[in-house]
Design a binder for this molecule. Structure first.
Ligand SMILES: Nc1nc2c(ncn2[C@@H]2O[C@H](COP(=O)(O)OP(=O)(O)OP(=O)(O)O)[C@@H](O)[C@H]2O)c(=O)[nH]1
Length: 542
């Protein structure tokens, strides 16, 4: 899927490609790589001062770094670029939200018109609600006629009450109009008064988070800034989040600086990272303002929103995937017992189409398939194929399987010609589509059985610790096959290991144990002759 960083990813991975054949890097090699990195960053709209300090830092470290035993030169350069990218994205640290000692915690949103503030208010509120908070959204954007209505719609969708002035209503004891939208008589036309009243309301009704949506303008102007300052002074927020559209290009830095001076924001939210315009300017914002990026948003949906982790974003930009996010999402959504059973069935060769449907349902909870594939290391080169993956073909596959009898799903070998014709009719597809699905399922099941038993691996994809059982194991050991441990300490260790693998550092077990592998800081993509069947058309065909 093209994202705001796709072309930057392509350019950077290309710059590293030339280094792969080198045994040792000369100063000339380093300089020519640095030149390519500089051009890639500038073309992606990263601000010039940020590019300058970034490249000089990378160059200095490349020249002074000792030759490592465990990393080849290309991996070493990628590892340095990864560190420095993580640093410009926010000093390399994750900064959690500040909460008030005495609730409610107040979060004020500021930014240009159309940056995505209103949408973000809903996403943030929804995210907080999922975490057990009781948020209230506040419509303090009284500039744009439709803004209040828009926030009410967003609030309704997220199931979060909205404190909003209602035209013609002035009494302060108006009661809730319906379950999701509160319309007390906030003072009409005065955003500062609305914000102040919302706090009183939240205290009375015991909302513990107040998210205030403020007005945006097309460009920075002093009147807007003064209004935002007045709101800030009236409600003393714990967080003032500057919301910035990643696609606005070079203006991002100037706008961010103006808002920083104007309201002294505490954190940044990048929106529209799903767009395909050059998103480099947004990457400069944290560095130029010295304020952390707290969240990012990748679509219009309520859940297209995530906590920003500088190191994971750097990994995605460098096409090292984001396995940690994938694991976290999977842990949230997956039924662990079911995953374990599927893994066992796969290794035993008893994985049927019924199980496949169950897996599909679980995977679907994680979001569109394209987004998931984008989190796998080394996938940038398959962007076109991933883009061509039509999610509808997945629906069709599901329909075919659902048209089968339970016995057919358990054992595809009983599906003869007449059964195939019946299934095709029942699912509204052609017989050849049914044939194709059965054939691909049988092939994939065979391959997965071999992979699960350690007989082979997917080309270019290094095994994840605990993923492959090797030989068939006893009952107790089987539990490890789902790849992610249920034990929190063990899981943390696995995450640390993965993190280290992705950053190119030796993992704890590699340092302690005898089975030291060269870390896969940069997967050798040349080995990826073909996608695993499940990705390359795979079960879903094309
Ligand atoms: N693709 C994409 N669209 C987004 C994202 N966030 C917001 N949008 C869309 O961007 C448009 C503007 O978003 P709003 O939330 O209205 O922006 P705003 O900052 O509140 O705008 P004003 O109220 O005019 O100041 C809407 O159409 C949103 O659906 C995102 O992450 N990705």
């Amino acid at each position: 899927m093209p994202t705001a960083f796709s072309s930057l990813t392509d350019r950077l991975t290309n710059a590293f490609k030339h280094l792969r054949s080198k045994g040792k890097l000369s100063e000339t090699d380093i300089d020519s790589t640095i030149r390519e990195i500089r051009r890639a960053l500038l073309d992606a709209d990263v601000a010039l001062p940020v590019v300058r300090s970034f490249t000089s830092q990378v160059r200095e470290r490349c020249l002074s770094t000792e030759v490592s035993d465990s990393l080849n030169p290309a991996q070493q350069v990628v590892s340095i670029v990864n560190d420095e990218l993580t640093a410009i994205l926010g000093q390399g640290v994750d900064r959690p939200l500040n909460f008030a000692k005495n609730p409610p915690t107040v979060i004020m949103l500021a930014g240009l018109q159309g940056a995505g503030k209103t949408t973000l208010a809903g996403k943030l509120g929804y995210w907080l609600k999922q975490a057990g908070h009781t948020p209230l959204l506040v419509a303090a954007d009284l500039q744009r006629p439709n803004a209040v209505t828009q926030l009410k719609v967003v609030g309704e969708r997220a199931g979060i009450p909205v404190f909003a002035p209602q035209a013609g209503v002035t009494s302060s004891d108006e009661t809730a109009e319906d379950a999701t939208v509160v319309t007390p008589g906030a003072t009409h036309g005065d955003p500062v008064a609305v914000a102040r009243q919302s706090l009183e309301f939240a205290r009375q009704k015991l909302y513990d988070m107040v998210i205030i949506d403020t007005a945006g303008r097309l460009g920075v102007d002093e009147e807007l800034m003064a209004q935002a300052r007045d709101i800030r002074d009236a409600v003393q927020p714990q967080e003032i989040l500057f919301v910035i559209d990643a696609m606005i290009g070079q203006d991002a830095v100037q706008t961010a600086q103006a808002f920083n001076q104007g309201v002294n924001f505490t954190g940044v939210v990048l929106t529209k990272l799903d767009g395909d315009a050059r998103g480099g300017a947004a990457l400069s914002v944290a560095s130029v303002t010295n304020k952390p990026i707290l969240f990012d948003s990748t679509g219009e949906g309520l859940t297209d929103f995530e906590v920003f982790h500088p190191d994971r974003m750097a990994g995605r930009i460098l096409d090292q995937g984001d396995i940690l996010t994938l694991i976290e999402q999977a842990q949230k959504q997956f039924d662990e017992q079911q995953a374990r059973e599927s893994a066992e069935k796969l290794s035993e060769g008893t994985f049927g189409l019924d199980d496949f449907i169950e897996q599909l349902e679980q995977v679907r909870k994680l979001g569109p398939m394209k987004n998931l594939l984008a989190m796998i290391p080394g996938m940038a080169q398959y962007r076109n194929q991933i883009d061509n993956l039509d999610e509808k073909t997945i629906d069709r596959s599901e329909a075919i399987i659902r048209a089968m009898t339970p016995a057919e799903r358990r054992d595809t070998s009983i599906i003869d010609g007449s059964r195939r014709a019946r299934i095709a009719k029942g699912s509204g597809v052609s017989v050849s589509e049914v044939n194709g699905l059965i054939q691909r399922f049988e092939m994939a099941a065979k391959m997965m059985k071999r992979v699960a038993n350690g007989a082979t691996s997917i080309p270019g994809v290094r095994p994840i610790p605990g993923m492959h059982g090797g030989k068939k194991k006893g009952k107790n050991q089987k539990k490890k096959r789902s790849g992610v441990s249920g034990n929190p300490a063990k899981r943390r260790q696995q995450e640390e290991e993965l993190k280290a693998r992705l950053s190119g550092k030796p993992t704890a077990s590699q340092q302690n144990g005898s089975s030291f592998h060269k870390p896969a800081a940069m997967p050798d993509l040349s080995q990826l002759g073909q996608l695993p069947p499940s990705l390359n058309g795979g079960l879903f065909g094309r």
